[in-house]
Design a protein around this ligand. Structure first.
Ligand SMILES: Cc1cc2nc3c(=O)[nH]c(=O)nc-3n(C[C@H](O)[C@H](O)[C@H](O)COP(=O)(O)OP(=O)(O)OC[C@H]3O[C@@H](n4cnc5c(N)ncnc54)[C@H](O)[C@@H]3O)c2cc1C
Length: 465
């Protein structure tokens, strides 16, 4: 059945997080009336704290802006396409070294205002417990999708869903820290200057700290979830600090506590180990313990993390904890036009689709909007040649998408953008040069694609920059 107008097909989006907000604003700009369903504040996800759309549930960093890195490149591409979410992040930016670190309230408030004031978007608050029947439909309910919807969704899908837990780091209050024991500095930056504060550890302090971590009381694993080896494998990059110590005494000193590039002005040398504190807000009223995801019990976190120099009387604004993550088996379920197998006209986007990370979720929100718009502005929305619409695999956006495509391995883990997802030969030799070539090629591919889209868009008053 042909939708009523070229760009005017109403779209239903469930989930007003990062991906849902990006998709809603894009589609509304391209002419679609959008109904956006958000369960907060009536129902909390457990991790979200406000009723704002696009709330950042954990870190306030959207990672590197350096376009020689995959994350920097992805943000560069999104900005060139006019991403409302990444634009708002740039507007809410606070100091954070080379990363896009934001004041989370300013960021979410700005996007919420933008959505609420858009004439084509209607926001409906409340839990959606079953897949709405209207098409096109976008499910953007994220890693903490309401369990009722998870149940209904899985009943409709031919296969694959996994729930598991993810670990987050604690936040401490600035005026509870002893700054005389800390030094300022970004890694490889000018000593004594920068956005981070650093807690230097001697070998003795480090050893005592590791000992305490090793024996600290932990929240027991949820049977059948956290003890699932597939889950543990998937989140190796996010292992709790106490689990890292289990793998060896020096693991932390070579991992999140590595001192490389952090010279203590008091000694003129790199300490044995360093705990980095990253500001949570422009006023530096709170700091995040970088890399300190943990499954320790809350009182244990306070006891053990107060052993870190400068944190002896730290007040914890947030403790580290573990969270459920829900995602679909994208390589099995995602069709070339980004609809879900067995559910015509239904799109999933953001983290529930199988990407991992703020910027990746925003990127998927954009790509979903792009294909949905192309399909539902055409004569036959059920038969889109998506390859003509989507960015090339050589671009950062295309590389991210290729991580969700069918693969040889049968198990699927959520996808962070990294150089390995970009096509082309890879080898250990001349790695640096090769990465530069990947970046240069990505830039060319993206710009060719986006220029062509804009030309088409201005001819058909459709998608354009
Ligand atoms: C605890 C935790 C910490 C994380 N920390 C980081 C981090 O530090 N850095 C990083 O890059 N990524 C992090 N992530 C991963 C992920 O990138 C973010 O969760 C990101 O917000 C995902 O975007 P999204 O749009 O897919 O989902 P979300 O931003 O979570 O948005 C989903 C929205 O859907 C709503 N919703 C859910 N179910 C329903 C329903 N049935 N009806 C109506 N509304 C519903 C939710 O309330 C929410 O607003 C973290 C994830 C978790 C769970």
């Amino acid at each position: 059945m042909r939708p009523p107008g070229d760009n005017e097909t109403p779209v239903t989006i469930v989930g007003g997080g990062l991906s849902g907000t990006e998709a809603a604003l894009r589609l509304a700009e391209w002419g679609h009336p959008v109904t956006l369903h958000e369960m907060r504040p009536q129902c909390s996800s457990g991790a979200h704290k406000t009723s704002f759309l696009s709330e950042l549930v954990c870190s306030n960093s959207l990672k590197s802006l350096n376009s020689q890195t995959p994350h920097g490149l992805l943000k560069e591409e999104l900005l060139k396409t006019g991403s409302p979410v990444i634009e708002s992040a740039m507007e809410a930016r606070i100091p954070g070294g080379g990363a896009l670190v934001v004041d989370r309230d300013v960021f979410a408030r700005r996007l919420t205002d933008r959505v609420l004031s858009h004439p084509r978007i209607r926001v409906e608050r409340g839990v959606v417990d079953r897949l709405p029947s209207r098409r096109p439909l976008v499910v953007a309910t994220g890693p903490l999708t309401h369990p009722d919807l998870v149940k209904d969704l899985t009943a409709h899908l031919p296969g694959g869903r996994l729930s598991f837990y993810d670990a987050i780091a604690p936040i401490v209050e600035a005026d509870s820290l002893d700054f005389d024991l800390l030094f300022r500095g970004d890694r490889h930056g000018e000593p004594g200057r920068g956005d981070h504060w650093n807690a230097p550890m001697s070998p003795e302090t480090y050893e005592r700290f590791c000992e305490a971590l090793l024996w600290g009381e932990r929240v027991p694993p949820h049977e059948g979830v956290e003890d699932n080896p597939e889950v543990l494998r998937a989140f190796q990059a996010c292992q709790p600090v106490e689990s890292l110590v289990e793998t060896g005494w020096r693991t932390l000193a070579f991992g999140p506590l590595r001192p490389v590039g952090l010279v203590d002005p008091a000694t003129g040398r790199e300490p044995f180990a360093v705990v980095q504190l990253r500001p949570e807000d422009a006023g530096e009223t709170a700091f995040n313990l970088v890399g300190f995801q943990t499954r320790l019990r809350y009182p244990e976190q306070e006891r053990i993390f107060r052993m870190i120099p400068g944190l002896g009387r730290a007040r914890f604004l947030r403790h580290g904890s573990l969270h459920r993550n829900t995602f679909l088996d994208a390589p099995v379920l995602l069709k070339p036009d980004l609809t879900l197998a067995g559910l015509p006209g239904v799109y999933a986007t953001g983290q529930i689709l199988g990407v991992e990370g703020y910027t990746e979720s925003v990127a998927m929100g954009f790509l979903t909007a792009l294909v949905l718009h192309a399909a539902w502005s055409s004569d036959n929305p059920w038969n889109l040649d998506a390859a003509r619409v989507l960015p090339p695999a050589e671009s950062a956006l295309g590389a991210l998408l290729s991580g969700l495509r069918p693969r040889r391995s049968s198990s699927f883990a959520p996808v962070n953008l990294h150089f390995g997802l970009f096509p082309g030969p890879s080898g250990p030799s001349a790695r640096r040069l090769q990465r530069e070539q990947i970046v240069a090629r990505a830039r060319r591919a993206f710009s060719g694609w986006w220029t062509a889209r804009n030309a088409q868009g201005s001819r058909r008053s459709g998608v354009g920059g």
